[in-house]
Design a binder for this molecule. Structure first.
Ligand SMILES: *Cc1c(COP(=O)(O)O)cnc(C)c1O
Length: 399
């Protein structure tokens, strides 16, 4: 069958929630992907910040395969070795007390919201608590996560949202302070907004929120589903701000492609959820947690986080030079290996993305006409040079 036939087959049968690029991906090797026709692509999207280790990493693949031969599912009515190990390792690297494994990012957010509500309920017995979230945030597509996602368009047709969610402006501490009251049980934000246009929190903003939370016993939920896991040059982005969250959500790179997410909690709130409060059939199954273990072992053995930290400035310099070269690029933002170039409205980034893909470079967009760079953490200088060459050509072709 040809690529076109596969695409037609997919379009005829899939609910049309995505406009896909006309590429049928076949396999990957390192930071390169190959399509059904054998065309090669340099991948600066990593399956949306998932494939931190690059494709077909031998230890990862072997570890996951070995688990498949052993056992892949047990339900949470039983223990498994990979589950126990992954819980210990993940709590350790995150510096958190307890973890709950989910199947996705959006489910990690659902769990974090429930934990915050339960924690507040235990204190005053009421169920009218409020959560402060941020405009231009992205936390996922299930109803709870959607309710805290500051994007009117995503919410529009799906009301009513869960009540008690208030939206403040990111990096505007006064706008958060104005919404805090005795009902506030949590403040949720991404340490670096991803989907919303690649915006790192300012130090003043994040430490200010931490102070509010400490004063009023409000839980700080940091969503590091996209920006966490080494991407910013530290295991978690919050480490660079000198603060800690009460609740942390992770997914994307957590299983490097095996679907798994998690929310972690620290301190008193880590005991808020008890048997009967929350559950999942698949969450934390041996296959998923074996992937979590492999990824964490490889991160440690290969120094992935310090490598990402060391290579990121080279990407930064290169994208800065691009900003100087093309007047149509208005801004360059990011932290570590999550960076964005904001284009003038006169050039929709979708056109740049398509032109890049034609040239064998995969980049993706983010809201606000931003070109998003979330490559595998193992990219090299040579890969960045190759990306620059292809991207310059792509931008020039659509101007
Ligand atoms: C991707 C993402 C989510 C949702 O994760 P899914 O696995 O797609 O449900 C939540 N928060 C952030 C910051 C994300 O980038």
């Amino acid at each position: 069958m040809t690529s076109n036939e596969y695409m037609t087959m997919a379009d005829e049968n899939l609910i049309h929630t995505y406009n896909r690029f006309p590429v049928v991906l076949d396999h990957g090797e390192g930071v390169y992907l190959y399509d059904h026709e054998g065309k090669k692509y340099l991948d600066f999207a990593a399956g949306i910040a998932v494939f931190a280790l690059g494709y077909h990493h031998p230890a990862f693949t072997e570890g996951v395969k070995a688990q498949m031969d052993q056992i892949i599912h047990t339900s949470n009515l039983f223990y498994s070795k990979p589950l126990a190990e992954a819980a210990k390792k993940l709590c350790e690297v995150a510096g958190m007390d307890k973890v709950f494994f989910t199947n996705s990012g959006t489910e990690a957010i659902e769990g974090a919201i429930k934990l915050a509500k339960k924690y507040a309920f235990l204190k005053d017995g009421s169920v009218d608590h409020e959560i402060i979230a941020m405009n231009h945030s992205f936390h996922g597509r299930s109803m709870g996560a959607l309710a805290v996602t500051g994007n009117k368009h995503y919410q529009e047709a799906f009301g009513p949202m869960i009540p008690g969610i208030r939206f403040a402006d990111y990096n505007d501490l006064a706008s958060v302070e104005a919404l805090v009251n005795e009902k506030t049980c949590a403040i949720i934000l991404e340490t670096v907004q991803g989907e919303g246009g690649i915006r790192p929190a300012t130090k003043e903003f994040l430490t200010g929120i931490r102070n509010i939370c400490d004063e009023k016993d409000i839980l700080l939920i940091l969503d590091e589903i996209q920006c966490g896991y080494g991407r910013t040059g530290t295991m978690f982005a919050f480490e660079q701000y000198g603060i800690r969250p009460d609740v942390l959500t992770v997914a994307k790179a957590l299983g490097c492609g095996i679907p798994v997410g998690a929310f972690l909690a620290s301190g008193k709130c880590a005991e808020a959820l008890v048997p009967g409060d929350h559950g999942t059939t698949y969450g934390g199954n041996p296959l998923a947690t074996a992937a979590v273990n492999q990824v964490l072992d490889i991160f440690a053995n290969e120094g992935i986080v310090s490598y990402a930290k060391a290579i990121a400035p080279y990407l930064w310099e290169n994208l800065e030079s691009l900003k100087d070269e093309f007047a149509v690029i208005k801004d360059h933002r990011g932290l570590g290996l999550i960076q964005g170039l904001e284009f003038d409205e006169s050039l929709p980034v979708g056109k740049v993305v398509s032109a890049a893909i034609e040239r064998g470079l995969i980049v993706i967009s983010a809201s606000g006409n931003v070109l998003r760079f979330v490559p595998p953490l193992v990219i090299t200088r040579e890969n960045i040079d190759e990306m620059m060459e292809k991207l310059k050509d792509a931008i020039s072709s659509v101007m």
